[in-house]
Design a binder for this molecule. Sequence first.
Ligand code: C2E
Ligand code: MG
Ligand code: MG
Length: 608
Amino acid sequence: MSASTTAADTASDLKSLSNACVMMIDDEPIMIDVVSSFLEEAGYRELVSVTDSTKAIDAIHSQRPDLLLLDLMMPGLSGFEILQMVRNDPQLREIPVIVLTSASDSDTKLRVLELGATDFLEKPVDPSELKLRVRNTLAFKAYRDRLAYFDPLTGLPNRKLFLSQLASGVRRAQRENQVCALIQLNIDRFKTVNDSLGHRGGDELLKLVANRLQSVVRMLDRSAQVGEGLPGASVSRVGADEFSVLLPDIAGVDIAGKFARRFISAFTQPFQVEGHELFVTLSLGVVSAPQDGDTPERLLNNAGAALDQAKHRGGNGYHFFASNANASALERLTLESQLRRALQRDELVVHYQPKIDVRSGRVVGSEALVRWQHPDRGLLSPGVFIPVAEEINLIAQVGAWVLRKACFHASLWAKRGLGSVGVAVNVASPHFRDGRLLADVQQVLGTTGLPPDMLTLELTESVLMGNNTDTVATLKALTDIGVHISLDDFGTGYSSLAYLKRLPLDELKIDRSFVSGLPGDQDSAAIVRAVIALAKSLNLKVTAEGVEQRSQLEFLRTGTCDTFQGFLCSQALPLDQFVALALRIQSQSAQSAQDSALHSAAEVAALI
Ligand code: C2E
Ligand code: MG
Ligand code: MG
């Protein structure tokens, strides 16, 4: 801790000393009255008195005062005995004790000091001396507490304080039938950052990270919505680059998941450290009491296991602890081997979701979304198996297969009367990076005869991050042959404006998480408006994903969003159903275009 931080913190502690709880133990009520009035005059507000010395220890346990003013000569228990009991009690031993005594002989004073008194005052008490000794003792205690319970670098509670907060959170959750969640998080690849920035830079980054985590926690209420904060929530620094977030009294563990997502999106903004712009991501493990553990130890262990899972998946994500972790490991292994065979056995299928023009209501494109028709488990969504395919290096093969199917299907649509409806195919990072994408695309366009401008490749921001020259070169080569490039899930990743400008993009797709808040949520509305404005300024088309309600479509129509996808129109459908739906929409919109120009979202919605 630097000298200036210490001084500043001690000063602020001094200001709050008047909130300290001072307990007076004296059998003479008159003495208590006198001392109380002096202390009140000095601004202390929380004064507690005990005149029956036999009740003193119980009272100290229940009130946990910051300071004891202890008389020595009392019937029942003497001050010596009480002092001894306090010093021998592990929970009370740290409480400062000022002994009040009329005995001025040095033997008594020595004995009292030997027993562990912090200071003593002679009776009759001199008001100025009382005030000074009380103030100094409390100030010292506050300083000592700060050192013992707070991390000097970030000012956050340290592991010790966190553990005691966790213990009381777990107790309260059990007693009051509440859910108390714990998010254990650390910085991905912190060691690399630390090695390249040096320790000073690393420390600076940790401080900024601590601030950002705290500002997220301060901003969110018990539903993880932007609001007044969640009482009792805290962020602690529990290891070098490890932080713990405690969320007492939330509705369920899914709320903790929302907090985790908010942390992740708060970290999409870079940090400025010693003149460098740094992007930092987090891995988070989420658990809740009592479900995932009824003791702090169990909860911590399980949070650690969940955090390891999140890391294992490549970081920049969160993972809930699943109490049947072994069962899920086995399930995962089985899934891997089945997925390897799925391609040969032709178990993958492509579904299509229509992409609708916001104004005319016409189908102007489609997105190919892969599914796995699993022999035992039914239709599996890509969220279940695409990450697995990525990990076992199967993703380029899956990607090439989807590309072939989708282009082949789309090449037939014009003949079936759909008009010019293209197809968008999602491309995973390894497929983009392994250098075969361009060759795959050229080959597929050649064999299917699909015009290049009928094919869009959807890439996420994380795919485009990284090796800049290669990325731009590959994208240029693709756009040179006429293929369109769309930036998927926009807003959830890292893009900076300067970066976007350099890429040959055609479209931004606004992530579903922003659309879902429309039109009510102010933040979502502001973000969507900003993304649309940004896209227009870069001359890009904009598609909104995940439109489920008319009111969302209405919002998009008043902006200048071009197209949308979502359950309001349709989920992704098997080929035949997609073609049938698209034909129906095209003929209805052609009819109403003849009748009149379309004006409202309701009319567009009515078409689909
Ligand atoms: P994505 O590319 O952002 O696709 C949009 C996802 O949102 C799809 O989920 C779609 O079914 C879903 N969705 C569409 N409209 C709505 C709506 O109104 N409400 C809600 N709640 N959801 C909606 P799906 O099909 O489960 O795909 C999830 C992700 O899996 C895709 O996100 C994409 O990243 C990946 N994926 C899908 N197919 C492929 C593929 O062929 N290759 C690769 N590499 N990734 C794929
Ligand atoms: Mg997509
Ligand atoms: Mg998307």
